[in-house]
Write a protein that binds this ligand. Structure first.
Ligand code: AQP
Length: 345
């Protein structure tokens, strides 16, 4: 798929409970970029196993994320959809980056601290090295743009640091092989719109997350209309009516979160949403929120379920996608090995 368009890479972990945060923070952006970019969208199964996954559930979840991609409007013929473990270059390049990145850099990663919590000594080595694999995911394709939610910003910065250090450490070898000085591009995060960090429905200060023990904290992409209505009805709010200007959301994290979700789903700005609902009680606003969420997520959930009834089709999409991903990745990996001084065919 030779193309002059800028190349995008992004991924979603098949760890179950795909939610509205994943959809608004990432998947909607994936869909929108298809016109203007050459896109690789990856089900990042190697990232998923940095924490324990039941093997049967993992298989199911890999197919479900793929189905959700397609149901949301990603075109696997025009672009590349595949699962990460099918292209071994991700793991190979990650090893090279394990040797480029510094312990101090990884020690600063807030996501590792949050996920490992008090049990740091018991966390997998993979969880600690996760950002190096993420850098490899992107740079294996020399992708220049990476649509992600706000929580991934720090990891993207690390990917840039790794690319930069590789280019500098190996500058002489890169030049002696006649490769471009910027051997790896410094990838740019694309973090835009009113819902780059969707928060828990029960606590406006913590991120909506797949791994939250309470299902009431998140709207799952597969929730039906009743579940969506119930979760928004029970979503935490404050006693004040909605303000009519964005500045009035300051210090009201739950209100800000719900307004952001509404704006993103309705395709308007937060300011437009508040022009419509400023002065309204949450009960009325929550009804509008439910309506728009059901309108957007209902058909996606139904199509995901339909696709899940045909696992052979999903597997064929992933297998075909991986073949095409290989054609981009293999020469870049070979060049990388040459630059490092590893003998290749
Ligand atoms: N709450 C969120 N708001 C906006 N974007 C989000 N993303 C995740 N949560 C939110 C974005 O979704 C993409 C895929 O995320 P991931 O599957 O790699 O997992 P994650 O970032 O670790 O997200 P989760 O769902 O919260 O999982 P757990 O509970 O395991 O931590 C990414 O682009 C991410 O930014």
């Amino acid at each position: 798929m030779a193309s002059d368009k800028p190349r995008v890479f992004s991924g979603v972990q098949p760890t179950g409970n795909l939610h509205l945060g994943n959809y608004l923070g990432a998947i909607t952006k994936f869909v929108a970029l298809q016109e203007s970019h050459e896109c690789l969208y990856c089900v990042v199964d190697l990232h998923a196993i940095t924490v324990w996954q039941e093997p049967k559930e993992l298989e199911h979840n890999i197919r479900e994320v793929t189905a959700a991609f397609l149901a949301s409007g990603i075109d696997p013929k025009a672009h590349i959809v595949f699962n990460q473990s099918r292209v071994s270059g991700h793991a190979e390049l990650a090893w090279v980056f394990n040797c480029v990145a510094r312990m101090g850099w990884l020690n600063r990663m807030t996501q590792f601290k949050e996920k490992a919590g008090k049990h740091r000594e018991n966390a997998s080595v993979g969880l600690f090295a996760y950002p190096n694999l993420m850098a490899a995911d992107i740079l294996l394709y020399r992708a220049t743009h990476v649509p992600v939610g706000d929580d991934q910003k720090q990891h993207l910065e690390l990917s840039r640091d790794i690319a930069q250090k590789f280019n500098t450490d190996f500058a002489e070898s890169i030049s002696s092989h006649g490769f471009a000085e910027t051997f790896f591009p410094l990838p740019e995060p694309l973090i835009t719109g009113p819902a780059t960090r969707v928060m828990s429905l029960r606590d406006g200060t913590s991120k909506m997350s797949k791994s939250d023990a309470s299902d009431m904290t998140r709207i799952n992409m597969m929730d039906d209309a009743d579940a969506i209505a119930q979760k928004f009805r029970k979503a935490r709010t404050d006693p004040e009516p909605l303000p009519s200007e964005v500045a009035g959301l300051e210090g009201r994290p739950e209100a800000e979160n719900l307004v952001g979700i509404y704006a993103a789903l309705a395709g308007v700005s937060k300011s437009d949403a508040l022009q419509e609902f400023g002065g309204a009680q949450f009960s009325a606003f929550k009804q509008a929120l439910t309506d728009v969420a059901v309108e957007v997520l209902g058909p996606i959930g139904a199509e995901t379920r339909r696709l899940m009834d045909d696992p052979a089709y999903i597997d064929s999409v992933l297998s075909e996608g991986a073949k095409r991903a290989h054609t981009i990745a293999d020469p870049i990996l070979r060049e990388t090995k040459q630059v490092v001084g590893l003998l290749t065919d």
